[in-house]
Design a protein around this ligand. Structure first.
Ligand SMILES: O=C(O)CCC(=O)C(=O)O
Ligand SMILES: [Fe+2]
Length: 181
């Protein structure tokens, strides 16, 4: 929450915007275990995706490389640093900031000899609110890029899809409203 309040400040959003949206907030945790794989070039530990929450705090537990982020169309390895957390921006922050803080596409590869472990915690808003670009960030030059939907519908949609890059955000974009059918 502290990180997000600082982001709101940096963007000139209303001070209480995240407090309202998150309420008590929800935190989910995922523990990932990637066993050694005899043919790592043929397998993926976790498919390319962007996380569904607002912020992810990730810990790479052992010193085995695997996490990669997509930057300028290339996959870049994030080296595990002992005791260091990685903070990833998720889809919800991209929506709320109207694209100013884009979510990061990432994946995890596997290793032929070594197992790998990571723990991710996902921080998300309360379920009974609405999710959309913050009104204070919408101007005539920067119109809303995403539709506003309920947080519950957002997660229903997110969990009913496979992890596939940032494709879910495309579904929520305003210009796609009349295209599906
Ligand atoms: O294992 C990793 O480093 C990435 C895990 C991840 O992206 C996730 O759990 O969403
Ligand atoms: Fe992830």
């Amino acid at each position: 929450m502290t990180i997000m309040n600082q982001m709101a400040k940096a963007l000139g959003m209303e001070a209480d915007y995240f407090k309202e949206l998150f309420g008590e907030g929800r935190q989910a945790i995922r523990m990932n275990y990637y066993p050694p794989c005899p043919q790592p070039e043929l397998a993926m530990g976790i498919n390319p995706h962007s996380d569904g929450g607002a912020l992810t705090i990730l810990l790479q537990l052992n010193k085995v490389e695997g996490l990669q982020i997509k930057k300028n169309g290339m996959w870049i390895s994030v080296k595990p640093l002992p005791g260091a957390f990685i903070i990833n921006i998720g889809n919800i922050l991209e929506i709320v900031t109207n694209g100013i803080y884009p979510s990061i596409e990432h994946r995890a590869t596997v290793n032929s000899m070594k197992e790998r472990l990571s723990i991710a915690t996902f921080y998300s808003p309360k379920v009974d609110g609405k999710l959309g670009p913050a009104p204070s960030l919408i101007t005539s030059e920067t119109p809303a890029l995403f539709k506003t939907i309920s947080v519950a519908d957002y997660f229903k949609g997110f969990f009913s899809r496979q992890l596939q890059g940032k494709s879910y955000l495309d579904v929520l974009k305003v210009q796609n409203e009349n295209e599906s059918g």
